[in-house]
Design a protein around this ligand. Sequence first.
Ligand code: PMP
Length: 285
Amino acid sequence: YDDRDGKIWVDGTLVEWRDANVHILTHAMHYASSVFEGERAYNGKIFLTEEHSKRLLRSGEMIDMPIPWTAEQITAAKDEVLKANGLENAYVRAVAFRGAGEDMGVSSSRNPVRLFIAAWEWGSYYGDAKMKGAKLDISKWKRPSPETIPTSAKAAGLYMICTMSKHAAEEKGCSDALFYDYRGYVAEATGANVFFVKDGEVHTPIPDAILNGLTRQTVIRMLKERGITVHERHIMPEEMEGFEQCWLTGSAAEVTPVGQIGDYTFEVGQLTRDIAEAYEALVRA
Ligand code: PMP
């Protein structure tokens, strides 16, 4: 991803893609002082762009790293990046982090907080699995307690076990991994939230130790508008035995049907297909 043509927004200026670099003594590289966003633009318009800008700022606050830009500036910068790269349908990645500077220890309050924004074409997050039903491994790692790390921040530190889990899953021929949380409840995938269907009603983990995804919130609203009951609650792994359908939600993942999690299997049913289609229509509207 580093050697290509294009422009990346770096601290307020568009620079050549290849020159969007940082020094090795960047604080974030050593201590995970970094927060980010993943968004998608459809027909030139980023879905929920303001909400993503605000979440980036909130994530920064949650890790004690105030980002020196306003939500409006970030939103405008994202549009600038799309335009500069001639992109209409693209993935947008904003990342804010502690740069190199005065400090190289754990404390870094004197180092600048930097903001980079890049965008590129990125097709279906789960490739072929998208409509067939993705196969998920169950991670051996657990999502941590909100007393351990700010679990509602979209912070780099929370993704260390995501990469480890996804690598393990891919080695077993799965597209992703599902986490349980520190209490043993069903939590989320490495970059998406999870939903289940049983007897026409929907069940999804309550976001008390997971990212309350913007797609998750959108899909819950869509379900309620259709008069479908949504239970946001703690879900025990054994309950997956009785669930008929399952899907994942995320800005990158959109609505992706799930066919299997560990030994539990699900059908790609009508509600899953309806919601996936309705989401597709909404983001393009
Ligand atoms: N959980 C995790 C761990 C994620 O990385 C993501 C993707 N941001 C989500 C859930 C879904 O969040 P959203 O719908 O806001 O993209």
